[in-house]
Design a protein around this ligand. Structure first.
Ligand SMILES: *Cc1c(COP(=O)(O)O)cnc(C)c1O
Length: 384
């Protein structure tokens, strides 16, 4: 067995990131400033997008996007039951009502047919999540949005590198929301970003992200003379710091190299686990680019002889950190009590949530680490 515990989702941090953070500290400007502005510019360039607004989390990005879309109390937003709670919480924080549409069992992404069934006169937006980095089926989703006059707010927390039919994830609707949390494809510690199609949306997002103030701190304290700010609405404290953007800038340099490395690990798992009684991820759909954020296998006790939870414990016991992405949203008591949701109403998300195990796929993994994961999976299944 390996000596050191393999931490799930541990990010790869290189020397130049450390140097950039130190240089930011020495510059005396650690709050929102030139590095954030450069990170926004470079991220927009990477995504072929017009406007980027950096914030301090993807949760904040989703919250502000829903507000900027003009969605609020009395309005419904359709999203997936197979996502991190933040996707749903952001809808609730904006005062709107979340509505769930079940996923396709193989792609694990929201099923456009189920979305269609959930559209009412109160529906104002669709919030698709490109699960694990696999592109949602955006053609029918965009068609539904066009037909019913709905906004699209993409949750791209897993999907920095994702593409669909020649277009980049986060650029289909009015807003694309990204996460740079420690386990994501590129990281700033905590951090997020919104791609906005319209300049007026980008401007509103900037105001909302910094207390509702009409000009940001950079303009206020810069060398072009003191400027008063005026509060134009009750905003939030969601701005990204230069300290975070320092990490982001140097991580962005490596986004494609890290994607390639995760792709290699993905392929290695596909080959090495093919003969086991597990369900492996579906092949990548033609005409799309998968971001390889998560590699998850389904542990069905009827086939494996071991329960999913016993499998998680056995992997951890073999010093391999694993994850669960995710117990479906209706499994959680808060949503059951508030919205009357129940897991059996979203059977595909329920089954995935009860069987799924995510194996480590960080760009930090060495070939030896990947071999250790494969060995552990084989040993755990052989013993059951
Ligand atoms: C991580 C994640 C979020 C939240 O990102 P933060 O930056 O941590 O706020 C939202 N949606 C999904 C699908 C995520 O995986």
């Amino acid at each position: 067995m390996r000596e050191k515990f393999l931490v799930f989702g541990s990010p790869r941090i290189a020397e130049d990131e450390i140097e950039e953070v130190v240089s930011c500290l020495r510059s005396g400007w650690i709050g929102t400033g030139p590095r954030v502005a450069e990170f926004e510019r470079r991220f927009a360039e990477y995504k072929d997008a017009e406007h980027a607004v950096a914030v301090n989390s993807c949760t904040a990005a989703l919250h502000l996007s829903i507000l900027a879309a003009g969605v609020g109390p009395g309005d419904e937003v359709i999203t997936t039951p197979l996502t991190f709670c933040a996707s749903v919480n952001a809808i609730i924080h904006a005062g709107a009502t979340p509505v769930l549409a079940d996923v396709d069992p193989r792609s694990m992404n929201i099923d456009p047919e189920r979305v269609k069934e959930k559209i009412t006169s109160r529906t104002k937006a669709i919030l698709p999540v490109h699960f694990a980095g696999r592109a949602c089926d955006m053609d029918p989703i965009c068609a539904l949005a066009g037909e019913h006059g709905l906004s699209i707010i993409e949750d791209c927390a897993h999907a920095i590198e994702t593409e669909y039919h020649g277009r980049k994830a986060g650029c289909f609707g009015d807003f694309g929301c990204f996460s740079f949390y420690v386990t994501k494809n590129i990281i700033t510690g905590e951090g997020g970003l919104i791609l906005a199609k319209k300049p007026e949306h980008a401007a509103r997002l900037k105001v909302l992200a910094l207390h509702g103030m009409s000009s940001d701190a950079w303009n206020r304290f810069g060398d072009s003379g003191y400027k008063h700010y005026l509060v134009t609405e009750a905003g939030f404290k969601y701005n990204m710091m230069d300290l975070q953007a320092s990490l982001g800038l140097r991580q962005l340099d490596k986004v494609e190299a890290y994607w390639q490395r995760r792709g290699e690990i993905w392929t290695r798992y596909m080959d090495a686990l093919a003969d086991l009684p597990l369900t492996l991820p579906a092949p990548v759909e033609v005409g799309t680019r998968h971001a390889y954020h998560l590699y998850s296998v389904m542990v069905d006790e009827k086939r494996t002889g071991i329960s999913r939870d016993a499998f998680l414990t056995a992997m951890t016991g073999r010093k391999i950190g694993v994850g669960v992405h995710y117990l479906s949203v209706p499994e959680h008591p808060y949503y059951q009590e508030r919205f009357g949701w129940s897991p059996q109403d979203y059977p595909h998300a329920r089954d995935i949530g009860r069987q799924t195990v995510s194996l480590p796929i960080s760009a930090k993994l060495t070939d030896a680490d990947v071999d250790d994961v494969i060995t552990a999976v084989r040993q755990v299944l052989a013993r059951s």
